[in-house]
Design a protein around this ligand. Structure first.
Ligand code: ADP
Length: 164
């Protein structure tokens, strides 16, 4: 069995505004991931900068700017999910960055279809419903950034003896 990990998931403003939060959360719960933290947050510029600290370096200023603006355009639901190799497993369920390239059966593949759905100042962003930590190191940084220790919970899950 692999290591039990925690990972950060954000239901982005498009997921919340489209009323898909429950259905998306259900996907994770059905796969056996355990919710150990959750809250609704309006991202501000400071949190956007800390969360997407490397986006400008990776893709350029316009991608950072439009993504940060999109993420502040409405509330997001932040989740910490726990499970065996949760970081990679959640990414597998989410699909690839651009929904039009995500396989059917993934969350992005099933609930979105376009690569560029949100336009701001002529730039477009992947309105792709979800953020999920990219690797274990990123997950640790992001869980600490979004949640205080007291906001994370330990409790027995009924499914654990089958799934963990
Ligand atoms: P992922 O969310 O799949 O891990 P990245 O970490 O590479 O993707 O990028 C973070 C977010 O920035 C993406 O989810 C998307 O909203 C936005 N983004 C990344 N690359 C682009 C791009 N080339 N054009 C528009 N938006 C982008």
């Amino acid at each position: 069995m692999g290591a039990v990990e925690r990972t950060l998931v954000l239901l982005k403003p498009d997921a919340v505004a489209r009323g898909l939060s429950g259905r998306i959360l259900q996907r994770f719960e059905e796969a056996g991931l355990k919710v150990v933290g959750t809250k609704m947050v309006r991202m501000d510029a400071d949190l956007a900068r800390k969360h997407y600290f490397d986006l400008e370096e990776r893709f350029g200023k316009s991608v950072f700017d439009v993504t940060a603006t999109f993420m502040q355009s409405g509330p997001v639901i932040a989740l910490v999910l726990e499970g065996v190799e949760a970081v990679a497993n959640v990414r597998r369920l989410v699909g690839s960055t651009f929904p039009n390239l995500s396989a059917p059966g993934t969350i992005r593949g099933d609930f979105a279809h376009t690569s560029k759905a949100y336009t701001e100042a002529k730039h477009t962003v992947a309105a792709n419903l979800i953020h999920a930590s990219g690797n274990v190191e990123e997950a640790k940084y992001e869980v600490d950034l979004w949640f205080d220790g007291a906001e994370l919970f330990e409790y027995p899950s009924a499914a654990e003896r089958f799934l963990f």
